[in-house]
Design a protein around this ligand. Sequence first.
Ligand SMILES: O=C(O)CCC(=O)C(=O)O
Ligand SMILES: [Fe+2]
Length: 384
Amino acid sequence: MAPVAAGLFHGDIDDKTLYNFVVVEGNGVKGMVDSGLLSEVPNLFIQPQHERIQFVTAVKNKEVKTTKHLPIIDLSELDDPTKHEEVVRKLVDAAESLGFFQIMNHGVPSELLERLKQAAHNFFNQPPEYKSLYLRGRVSPSSPIVKYGTSFAPEKAGKALEWKDFVSMIYTSDSDALQFWPQECKEAALEYLKTSSKMVRRILEVLFGNLGLEVIDKNEEYLYMGGMRVNMNFYPPCPDPELTVGVAPHSDMGTLTVLLQDGIGGLHVKINEDEQEESDGEWIEIPPIPSALVINVGDSLQILSNGRYKSAEHRVRTTSTQSRVSIPLFVAPRPGDKIGPLPQVVENGGIPHYRDFLCAEYMNNFFGKAHEGKKSLDFAKISP
Ligand SMILES: O=C(O)CCC(=O)C(=O)O
Ligand SMILES: [Fe+2]
Protein backbone atom coordinates (compact mmCIF):
# COMPACT_ATOMS: atom_id res chain seq x y z
CA MET A 1 0.00 0.00 0.00
CA ALA A 2 2.74 2.46 0.91
CA PRO A 3 4.25 3.20 -2.54
CA VAL A 4 0.86 3.90 -4.09
CA ALA A 5 -0.31 5.87 -1.09
CA ALA A 6 2.84 7.99 -1.08
CA GLY A 7 2.09 9.24 -4.56
CA LEU A 8 -1.65 9.26 -4.16
CA PHE A 9 -2.59 12.86 -3.82
CA HIS A 10 0.35 14.73 -5.19
CA GLY A 11 -1.03 15.11 -8.66
CA ASP A 12 0.98 12.21 -10.06
CA ILE A 13 -1.77 9.66 -9.78
CA ASP A 14 -4.45 9.16 -12.37
CA ASP A 15 -8.07 8.22 -11.70
CA LYS A 16 -7.50 4.63 -12.80
CA THR A 17 -4.70 4.03 -10.32
CA LEU A 18 -6.71 5.56 -7.52
CA TYR A 19 -9.75 3.49 -8.52
CA ASN A 20 -7.63 0.35 -8.38
CA PHE A 21 -6.26 1.28 -4.99
CA VAL A 22 -9.67 2.07 -3.46
CA VAL A 23 -12.03 -0.33 -5.24
CA VAL A 24 -10.14 -3.18 -6.85
CA GLU A 25 -7.48 -3.74 -4.20
CA GLY A 26 -9.99 -3.17 -1.41
CA ASN A 27 -8.26 -0.37 0.47
CA GLY A 28 -11.59 1.42 0.46
CA VAL A 29 -12.21 5.07 1.21
CA LYS A 30 -10.85 4.38 4.67
CA GLY A 31 -7.52 3.17 3.27
CA MET A 32 -7.30 6.34 1.18
CA VAL A 33 -8.10 8.59 4.16
CA ASP A 34 -5.81 6.64 6.52
CA SER A 35 -2.85 7.28 4.22
CA GLY A 36 -2.87 10.75 5.78
CA LEU A 37 -2.04 12.33 2.43
CA LEU A 38 -5.50 13.45 1.49
CA SER A 39 -5.81 17.22 1.46
CA GLU A 40 -8.68 17.54 -0.98
CA VAL A 41 -11.41 15.40 -2.47
CA PRO A 42 -10.09 13.37 -5.44
CA ASN A 43 -11.95 13.80 -8.75
CA LEU A 44 -13.45 10.33 -8.62
CA PHE A 45 -15.54 11.32 -5.61
CA ILE A 46 -16.71 14.77 -6.70
CA GLN A 47 -20.46 14.79 -7.26
CA PRO A 48 -22.10 16.90 -9.97
CA GLN A 49 -23.63 20.08 -8.55
CA HIS A 50 -27.22 18.80 -8.41
CA GLU A 51 -26.25 15.73 -6.34
CA ARG A 52 -24.46 17.66 -3.60
CA ILE A 53 -25.94 18.08 -0.13
CA GLN A 54 -25.70 21.59 1.25
CA PHE A 55 -25.27 21.86 4.96
CA VAL A 56 -27.31 25.04 5.46
CA THR A 57 -30.40 23.43 3.96
CA ALA A 58 -29.97 20.33 6.05
CA VAL A 59 -29.77 22.23 9.33
CA LYS A 60 -32.61 24.56 8.50
CA ASN A 61 -34.91 21.76 7.49
CA LYS A 62 -33.99 19.78 10.54
CA GLU A 63 -35.31 22.56 12.77
CA VAL A 64 -38.43 23.22 10.79
CA LYS A 65 -39.49 19.74 9.86
CA THR A 66 -38.43 17.20 12.42
CA THR A 67 -41.38 17.24 14.77
CA LYS A 68 -44.16 17.12 12.26
CA HIS A 69 -42.61 14.71 9.82
CA LEU A 70 -40.57 12.42 11.96
CA PRO A 71 -42.59 10.81 14.67
CA ILE A 72 -40.72 9.09 17.45
CA ILE A 73 -42.89 6.15 18.33
CA ASP A 74 -42.77 4.32 21.65
CA LEU A 75 -43.35 0.76 20.49
CA SER A 76 -44.02 -0.57 23.99
CA GLU A 77 -47.27 1.43 23.96
CA LEU A 78 -48.67 -1.12 21.51
CA ASP A 79 -49.18 -3.28 24.60
CA ASP A 80 -51.08 -0.59 26.45
CA PRO A 81 -54.79 -0.91 25.61
CA THR A 82 -55.35 2.81 26.22
CA LYS A 83 -52.61 3.78 23.76
CA HIS A 84 -52.66 0.91 21.24
CA GLU A 85 -54.90 2.55 18.63
CA GLU A 86 -52.97 5.79 18.74
CA VAL A 87 -49.66 3.98 18.14
CA VAL A 88 -51.17 2.01 15.26
CA ARG A 89 -52.34 5.28 13.73
CA LYS A 90 -48.86 6.81 14.10
CA LEU A 91 -47.18 3.82 12.44
CA VAL A 92 -49.67 3.77 9.58
CA ASP A 93 -49.49 7.54 9.08
CA ALA A 94 -45.70 7.44 8.95
CA ALA A 95 -45.64 4.53 6.49
CA GLU A 96 -48.22 6.22 4.29
CA SER A 97 -46.47 9.58 4.17
CA LEU A 98 -42.74 9.81 4.66
CA GLY A 99 -41.95 6.09 4.88
CA PHE A 100 -39.55 6.88 7.75
CA PHE A 101 -39.97 6.94 11.53
CA GLN A 102 -37.94 6.35 14.67
CA ILE A 103 -38.85 3.90 17.41
CA MET A 104 -38.05 3.74 21.12
CA ASN A 105 -38.59 0.87 23.57
CA HIS A 106 -38.31 -1.51 20.63
CA GLY A 107 -36.94 -4.50 22.53
CA VAL A 108 -33.39 -4.32 21.16
CA PRO A 109 -31.23 -3.64 24.24
CA SER A 110 -29.16 -0.42 24.29
CA GLU A 111 -26.16 -2.45 25.34
CA LEU A 112 -26.41 -4.46 22.10
CA LEU A 113 -26.69 -1.26 20.06
CA GLU A 114 -23.45 -0.03 21.61
CA ARG A 115 -21.77 -3.36 20.93
CA LEU A 116 -22.87 -3.24 17.29
CA LYS A 117 -21.34 0.18 16.69
CA GLN A 118 -18.13 -0.99 18.33
CA ALA A 119 -18.18 -4.17 16.20
CA ALA A 120 -18.46 -2.07 13.04
CA HIS A 121 -15.43 -0.02 14.09
CA ASN A 122 -13.57 -3.21 14.96
CA PHE A 123 -14.14 -4.66 11.50
CA PHE A 124 -13.22 -1.52 9.58
CA ASN A 125 -10.15 -0.96 11.75
CA GLN A 126 -8.70 -4.21 10.44
CA PRO A 127 -5.93 -3.85 7.83
CA PRO A 128 -7.07 -3.57 4.18
CA GLU A 129 -5.32 -6.87 3.40
CA TYR A 130 -7.69 -8.64 5.80
CA LYS A 131 -10.89 -6.84 4.75
CA SER A 132 -10.14 -7.40 1.08
CA LEU A 133 -10.34 -11.15 1.61
CA TYR A 134 -14.08 -10.60 1.85
CA LEU A 135 -13.93 -8.50 -1.28
CA ARG A 136 -12.53 -11.32 -3.32
CA GLY A 137 -14.18 -14.21 -1.56
CA ARG A 138 -10.70 -15.42 -0.62
CA VAL A 139 -11.37 -15.84 3.08
CA SER A 140 -11.10 -19.39 4.21
CA PRO A 141 -13.57 -21.03 4.29
CA SER A 142 -14.87 -18.79 1.50
CA SER A 143 -18.50 -17.86 1.33
CA PRO A 144 -20.78 -15.91 -1.00
CA ILE A 145 -22.80 -14.62 1.97
CA VAL A 146 -20.31 -11.92 2.96
CA LYS A 147 -19.30 -9.02 0.79
CA TYR A 148 -16.97 -6.18 1.68
CA GLY A 149 -16.72 -3.24 -0.67
CA THR A 150 -16.86 0.46 -1.22
CA SER A 151 -19.54 2.59 -2.88
CA PHE A 152 -22.81 0.96 -4.00
CA ALA A 153 -21.96 0.42 -7.66
CA PRO A 154 -18.36 1.61 -8.18
CA GLU A 155 -18.07 -0.05 -11.57
CA LYS A 156 -20.77 2.17 -13.09
CA ALA A 157 -18.99 4.57 -15.40
CA GLY A 158 -19.96 8.21 -15.23
CA LYS A 159 -21.05 8.13 -11.58
CA ALA A 160 -18.95 9.65 -8.82
CA LEU A 161 -17.93 7.18 -6.13
CA GLU A 162 -19.73 7.29 -2.78
CA TRP A 163 -17.66 8.14 0.31
CA LYS A 164 -18.46 4.86 2.05
CA ASP A 165 -17.10 1.39 2.74
CA PHE A 166 -19.39 -1.46 3.75
CA VAL A 167 -19.59 -5.08 4.71
CA SER A 168 -22.75 -6.98 3.88
CA MET A 169 -23.77 -10.20 5.65
CA ILE A 170 -26.58 -12.28 4.21
CA TYR A 171 -28.49 -14.47 6.67
CA THR A 172 -28.98 -18.08 5.62
CA SER A 173 -28.81 -19.84 9.01
CA ASP A 174 -27.34 -19.25 12.47
CA SER A 175 -24.57 -21.73 11.84
CA ASP A 176 -23.64 -20.16 8.46
CA ALA A 177 -23.56 -16.74 10.10
CA LEU A 178 -21.29 -17.92 12.90
CA GLN A 179 -19.07 -19.77 10.45
CA PHE A 180 -18.77 -17.24 7.64
CA TRP A 181 -19.53 -13.72 8.88
CA PRO A 182 -16.41 -11.78 9.97
CA GLN A 183 -15.45 -12.64 13.51
CA GLU A 184 -15.22 -8.97 14.55
CA CYS A 185 -18.95 -8.48 14.09
CA LYS A 186 -20.76 -11.81 13.63
CA GLU A 187 -22.10 -12.27 17.17
CA ALA A 188 -23.45 -8.75 17.56
CA ALA A 189 -24.90 -8.74 14.02
CA LEU A 190 -26.69 -12.04 14.54
CA GLU A 191 -28.13 -10.93 17.87
CA TYR A 192 -29.31 -7.69 16.25
CA LEU A 193 -31.04 -9.68 13.51
CA LYS A 194 -32.72 -11.99 16.00
CA THR A 195 -33.93 -9.36 18.46
CA SER A 196 -35.03 -6.99 15.69
CA SER A 197 -37.02 -9.70 13.90
CA LYS A 198 -39.63 -9.76 16.66
CA MET A 199 -40.12 -6.04 16.46
CA VAL A 200 -40.21 -6.07 12.65
CA ARG A 201 -42.91 -8.76 12.72
CA ARG A 202 -44.92 -6.62 15.11
CA ILE A 203 -44.68 -3.53 12.90
CA LEU A 204 -45.54 -5.52 9.77
CA GLU A 205 -48.54 -7.01 11.58
CA VAL A 206 -49.78 -3.53 12.36
CA LEU A 207 -49.22 -2.28 8.81
CA PHE A 208 -50.77 -5.32 7.12
CA GLY A 209 -53.55 -5.39 9.73
CA ASN A 210 -54.44 -1.89 8.59
CA LEU A 211 -54.79 -3.25 5.04
CA GLY A 212 -57.23 -5.91 6.18
CA LEU A 213 -54.86 -8.86 6.72
CA GLU A 214 -55.56 -9.85 10.28
CA VAL A 215 -52.82 -12.30 11.24
CA ILE A 216 -49.52 -12.94 9.50
CA ASP A 217 -49.28 -16.71 9.00
CA LYS A 218 -46.03 -18.56 8.44
CA ASN A 219 -46.17 -18.34 4.63
CA GLU A 220 -46.82 -14.64 4.73
CA GLU A 221 -44.06 -14.15 7.25
CA TYR A 222 -41.58 -15.67 4.79
CA LEU A 223 -42.93 -13.43 2.08
CA TYR A 224 -42.53 -10.26 4.12
CA MET A 225 -39.37 -11.07 6.03
CA GLY A 226 -37.88 -14.34 4.79
CA GLY A 227 -34.73 -12.67 3.45
CA MET A 228 -32.49 -10.76 5.83
CA ARG A 229 -29.13 -9.05 5.57
CA VAL A 230 -27.13 -6.99 8.04
CA ASN A 231 -24.84 -4.32 6.59
CA MET A 232 -22.24 -2.27 8.37
CA ASN A 233 -21.47 1.06 6.72
CA PHE A 234 -18.37 3.10 7.44
CA TYR A 235 -18.08 6.75 6.38
CA PRO A 236 -14.57 8.12 6.99
CA PRO A 237 -14.13 11.87 7.53
CA CYS A 238 -14.13 13.81 4.27
CA PRO A 239 -12.01 16.92 3.56
CA ASP A 240 -14.98 18.64 1.89
CA PRO A 241 -18.45 17.17 2.56
CA GLU A 242 -20.05 19.72 0.23
CA LEU A 243 -18.53 17.93 -2.78
CA THR A 244 -19.35 14.32 -1.91
CA VAL A 245 -22.13 12.00 -0.80
CA GLY A 246 -21.91 9.10 1.64
CA VAL A 247 -24.78 7.39 -0.13
CA ALA A 248 -26.56 8.79 -3.19
CA PRO A 249 -30.39 9.04 -3.22
CA HIS A 250 -32.08 5.63 -3.26
CA SER A 251 -34.84 3.60 -1.72
CA ASP A 252 -34.20 0.21 -0.10
CA MET A 253 -35.34 -2.92 -1.84
CA GLY A 254 -37.08 -4.92 0.87
CA THR A 255 -40.17 -4.50 3.03
CA LEU A 256 -38.67 -2.69 6.02
CA THR A 257 -35.17 -1.54 6.97
CA VAL A 258 -34.14 -1.23 10.59
CA LEU A 259 -31.28 1.24 10.89
CA LEU A 260 -28.95 1.92 13.76
CA GLN A 261 -26.97 5.11 13.31
CA ASP A 262 -24.36 6.55 15.65
CA GLY A 263 -24.49 10.11 17.00
CA ILE A 264 -22.82 11.87 14.09
CA GLY A 265 -25.79 12.45 11.79
CA GLY A 266 -26.08 12.84 8.04
CA LEU A 267 -29.03 10.66 7.03
CA HIS A 268 -31.60 12.58 5.00
CA VAL A 269 -35.00 11.62 3.69
CA LYS A 270 -36.91 13.18 0.83
CA ILE A 271 -40.24 14.76 1.64
CA ASN A 272 -43.16 13.52 -0.43
CA GLU A 273 -43.89 15.74 -3.39
CA ASP A 274 -47.40 16.58 -2.20
CA GLU A 275 -46.07 17.89 1.10
CA GLN A 276 -43.58 20.22 -0.41
CA GLU A 277 -45.69 23.30 -0.75
CA GLU A 278 -44.89 24.32 2.80
CA SER A 279 -41.19 23.60 2.63
CA ASP A 280 -38.36 25.47 1.03
CA GLY A 281 -36.21 22.39 0.62
CA GLU A 282 -37.04 18.84 -0.18
CA TRP A 283 -34.83 16.85 2.21
CA ILE A 284 -34.91 16.57 5.99
CA GLU A 285 -32.34 15.08 8.30
CA ILE A 286 -33.19 12.11 10.50
CA PRO A 287 -31.50 13.25 13.69
CA PRO A 288 -29.64 10.64 15.73
CA ILE A 289 -31.46 9.77 18.97
CA PRO A 290 -29.62 7.64 21.53
CA SER A 291 -31.14 4.13 21.87
CA ALA A 292 -33.64 4.73 19.05
CA LEU A 293 -33.82 2.77 15.82
CA VAL A 294 -34.84 4.21 12.48
CA ILE A 295 -37.36 2.27 10.42
CA ASN A 296 -37.96 2.86 6.76
CA VAL A 297 -40.33 1.40 4.22
CA GLY A 298 -38.71 -0.34 1.24
CA ASP A 299 -39.86 -0.94 -2.34
CA SER A 300 -41.27 -4.43 -1.62
CA LEU A 301 -43.70 -3.05 0.96
CA GLN A 302 -44.76 -0.28 -1.39
CA ILE A 303 -45.47 -2.93 -4.03
CA LEU A 304 -47.23 -5.42 -1.71
CA SER A 305 -49.45 -2.61 -0.44
CA ASN A 306 -50.11 -1.45 -4.02
CA GLY A 307 -48.66 1.96 -3.23
CA ARG A 308 -50.45 2.59 0.10
CA TYR A 309 -47.14 2.57 1.95
CA LYS A 310 -44.30 4.63 0.52
CA SER A 311 -40.75 3.46 0.20
CA ALA A 312 -38.60 6.32 1.41
CA GLU A 313 -36.01 7.99 -0.75
CA HIS A 314 -32.96 8.76 1.35
CA ARG A 315 -29.31 9.70 1.13
CA VAL A 316 -26.34 10.29 3.42
CA ARG A 317 -24.17 13.35 3.85
CA THR A 318 -20.51 12.98 4.82
CA THR A 319 -18.83 14.86 7.67
CA SER A 320 -15.37 16.32 7.95
CA THR A 321 -14.65 15.54 11.57
CA GLN A 322 -15.30 11.96 12.63
CA SER A 323 -15.95 8.59 11.05
CA ARG A 324 -19.62 7.64 11.08
CA VAL A 325 -21.02 4.11 11.25
CA SER A 326 -24.52 2.90 10.50
CA ILE A 327 -25.90 -0.62 10.67
CA PRO A 328 -28.97 -1.41 8.57
CA LEU A 329 -30.87 -4.67 8.82
CA PHE A 330 -32.58 -5.16 5.47
CA VAL A 331 -35.76 -7.22 5.72
CA ALA A 332 -37.11 -8.55 2.44
CA PRO A 333 -38.85 -11.47 0.75
CA ARG A 334 -36.58 -14.36 -0.21
CA PRO A 335 -35.04 -14.21 -3.70
CA GLY A 336 -37.12 -17.23 -4.79
CA ASP A 337 -40.43 -15.62 -3.77
CA LYS A 338 -42.80 -14.04 -6.19
CA ILE A 339 -44.49 -10.86 -5.04
CA GLY A 340 -46.93 -8.28 -6.34
CA PRO A 341 -49.77 -6.20 -4.91
CA LEU A 342 -51.69 -8.28 -2.35
CA PRO A 343 -55.12 -9.39 -3.61
CA GLN A 344 -56.75 -8.10 -0.41
CA VAL A 345 -55.48 -4.62 -1.20
CA VAL A 346 -56.44 -4.58 -4.86
CA GLU A 347 -59.84 -6.29 -4.59
CA ASN A 348 -63.19 -4.62 -5.30
CA GLY A 349 -62.29 -3.37 -8.73
CA GLY A 350 -59.04 -1.75 -7.64
CA ILE A 351 -56.24 -1.42 -10.15
CA PRO A 352 -52.86 -3.03 -9.48
CA HIS A 353 -50.09 -0.51 -9.94
CA TYR A 354 -47.34 -3.15 -10.05
CA ARG A 355 -46.93 -6.48 -11.78
CA ASP A 356 -46.01 -9.74 -10.08
CA PHE A 357 -42.34 -10.66 -10.32
CA LEU A 358 -39.68 -12.92 -8.86
CA CYS A 359 -37.72 -11.15 -6.14
CA ALA A 360 -34.41 -12.47 -7.49
CA GLU A 361 -35.12 -10.52 -10.69
CA TYR A 362 -35.88 -7.37 -8.73
CA MET A 363 -32.61 -7.82 -6.83
CA ASN A 364 -30.59 -8.27 -10.02
CA ASN A 365 -32.09 -5.12 -11.40
CA PHE A 366 -31.55 -3.23 -8.13
CA PHE A 367 -27.93 -4.27 -7.61
CA GLY A 368 -27.11 -4.00 -11.31
CA LYS A 369 -27.68 -0.25 -11.35
CA ALA A 370 -26.24 2.76 -9.56
CA HIS A 371 -28.39 4.47 -6.95
CA GLU A 372 -30.92 6.65 -8.69
CA GLY A 373 -33.66 7.75 -6.33
CA LYS A 374 -36.81 5.65 -6.57
CA LYS A 375 -36.19 4.55 -10.16
CA SER A 376 -35.73 1.01 -8.84
CA LEU A 377 -39.53 0.74 -8.64
CA ASP A 378 -39.90 1.24 -12.39
CA PHE A 379 -38.98 -2.42 -12.79
CA ALA A 380 -42.38 -3.42 -11.40
CA LYS A 381 -44.56 -0.44 -12.27
CA ILE A 382 -47.53 -0.90 -14.57
CA SER A 383 -47.88 2.26 -16.62
CA PRO A 384 -51.32 3.83 -16.40
O1 LIG B 1 -26.00 5.27 6.72
C1 LIG B 1 -27.19 5.50 6.74
O2 LIG B 1 -27.71 6.24 7.58
C2 LIG B 1 -28.11 4.91 5.69
C3 LIG B 1 -27.48 3.86 4.83
C4 LIG B 1 -28.38 3.37 3.76
O3 LIG B 1 -29.27 4.04 3.32
C5 LIG B 1 -28.20 2.01 3.21
O4 LIG B 1 -27.21 1.35 3.55
O5 LIG B 1 -29.08 1.59 2.42
FE1 LIG C 1 -30.75 2.82 2.31
